[in-house]
Design a protein around this ligand. Structure first.
Ligand SMILES: O=C[C@H](O)[C@H](O)[C@H](O)COP(=O)(O)O
Length: 219
């Protein structure tokens, strides 16, 4: 099985959590793209989706899945998204595709977060994958200096502007032992919109695509 086939297997396994007539929170990325393909097969059975990025919105609209503004939705039973890394506490690093802020917002509203990954994303310690931080452009240098004080090596992601008009700093060389603490510390830096640690809003169910099939892990 290729890595993409493992992503696809995990993504299709998430379909069974989708409730009849519901509005589904949809993440962003190559794994979620498989989920959107899967969701399209039951579009007549759901009300629609709330999207976490322009990329996912375009794909869903092209497949005929109605996309709702989050402000018009009172509750979401489900949010389905991938991750760049996830540990045994279901804490994640996300934002490899620069969609972290909208993902965090939609995930915050949802009752249940289903994380879909291939097995390469499971780690013992978070931080091998550089931690994305969305930053207001004029604060880039200041936030960079503050991130160095926290022990990281921030690198400006050249040529990337988020859906919210901001920039991304990727923080290298962080061995993240206390994800909740670090998530808060980084978010407290003025000029940071949010960071890609999802520890306060961790995953509830993890679906891992593996050679042998899809493993389900619950918190
Ligand atoms: O900004 C992007 C998201 O956080 C993605 O969920 C994450 O990067 C995983 O993406 P992929 O499924 O492409 O590995």
């Amino acid at each position: 099985m290729t890595q993409d086939e493992m992503k696809k297997a995990a993504a299709w396994a998430a379909l069974k959590y989708v409730e009849h007539d519901s509005i589904v929170g949809v993440g962003t990325g190559s794994t979620v793209n498989h989920f959107i393909d899967a969701l399209a097969t039951m579009k007549a059975d759901i009300e629609g989706a709330v999207s976490s990025s322009e990329e996912s919105t375009q794909k869903m609209k092209a497949l005929g899945i109605p996309v709702f503004d989050l402000n018009s939705v009172n509750e979401l039973s489900l949010y389905v998204d991938g991750a760049d890394e996830i540990n045994a506490s279901m804490h994640m690093i996300k934002g490899g595709g620069a969609a972290l802020t909208r993902e965090k917002i939609v995930a915050a509203v949802a009752d249940k977060f289903i994380c879909i990954i291939d097995s390469s994303k499971q780690v013992d310690i978070l931080g091998e994958f550089p931690l994305p931080v969305e930053v207001i452009p004029m604060a880039r240098s200041y936030v960079g200096r503050e991130l160095v004080k926290l022990g990281g090596d921030p690198v400006y992601r050249e040529g990337v502007i988020t859906d919210n008009g901001n920039i991304i700093l990727d923080v290298y060389n962080m061995k993240i032992m206390q994800a909740k603490v670090l998530e808060k510390q980084i978010n407290a830096i003025v000029g940071v919109v949010t960071n890609g640690l999802f520890a306060h809003r961790a995953a509830d169910v993890l679906l891992v695509g593996k050679e042998a099939g899809v493993e389900t892990i619950t918190d």
